[in-house]
Ligand binder design. Structure first.
Ligand SMILES: Cc1cc2nc3c(=O)[nH]c(=O)nc-3n(C[C@H](O)[C@H](O)[C@H](O)COP(=O)(O)O)c2cc1C
Length: 223
């Protein structure tokens, strides 16, 4: 199959990686290739390394996006949280295969502040808030029946009153944001002569905001 995207030319590149990222998200939304209400529904492949340096990757949904970077929610007891605690350098990718486009992130994970997490918690459906209480993410469990029994236990404890605060926020409720050091925009082109444009942070401490025009240098990589 030949790739037929419009490509990505330096002349058309947005001034900042934030503008380029939101432009591609908007275009994907307009093309109908992901859920209408971005960033909800954008699946990130999110990679960490374990204590031995072995890589690990899983899918998370991008729930937050601002000039600091993309963020997601998770369980502070999960494997990914433990791996971030040991090595905060992470990577992620976000792709729209239908558009022959992928964005790659390399950067540093930082915790999402609790006010943002609490506010988002209240927007979750009741059942998924109960599940967050019932599940100790990434820990082993004997069988599904045990998990369902725990769900019923918390469902009885925190009944659905149709309110954002009917289920308290569990202590394990957590979120991480990726502060990019580098973002690569890949656009598939005919004959496999693809475009790869890279924004690289010009400072590391502090890392620039994604919408800082002076914070990023731009270069091109061979496909
Ligand atoms: C489409 C999709 C979306 C997911 N979104 C999340 C998410 O936002 N947060 C999360 O912790 N896990 C999410 N998961 C589950 C993760 O992929 C993973 O199984 C889980 O986080 C445990 O990973 P860990 O053991 O490496 O910490 C999602 C899975 C899929 C398939």
């Amino acid at each position: 199959m030949d790739y037929r995207s419009d490509g990505l030319d330096e002349a058309d590149l947005a001034a900042t990686p934030y503008d380029q990222l939101t432009r591609w998200i908007e275009q994907a939304r307009a093309a109908g290739v992901h859920a209408a209400e971005a960033p909800e529904g954008l699946a990130l492949a999110f990679a960490t390394v374990d204590a031995d340096g072995a890589p690990n990757v899983r899918t998370v949904l991008m729930r937050f996006l601002d000039a600091r970077g993309p963020g997601f929610v998770t369980d502070s007891g999960s494997t990914k949280a433990a791996e971030i605690a040991g090595e905060s350098r992470v990577a992620a990718s976000l792709g729209w295969p239908e558009l022959f486009r992928v964005v790659r992130f390399r950067g540093v994970a930082e915790p999402v502040e609790s006010a943002t997490l609490t506010q988002y918690w209240g927007t979750r459906p009741w059942g998924s808030r109960i599940s967050a209480w019932a599940s100790h993410q990434s820990q082993p469990i004997g069988g599904r029946a045990e998990l369902e029994a725990r769900f019923e236990e918390y469902a009885a404890k925190f009944p659905d009153r149709g309110r954002p605060d009917d289920v308290p926020v569990p202590l394990s409720w957590a979120g991480f944001r990726i502060r990019p050091v580098e973002m690569e925009f890949w656009a598939g082109r005919a004959g496999r002569l693809h475009d790869r444009i890279v924004y690289r942070a010009t400072t590391s401490d502090p890392l620039p905001l994604l919408d800082a025009p002076d914070g990023w240098s731009v270069s091109r990589r061979q496909p």
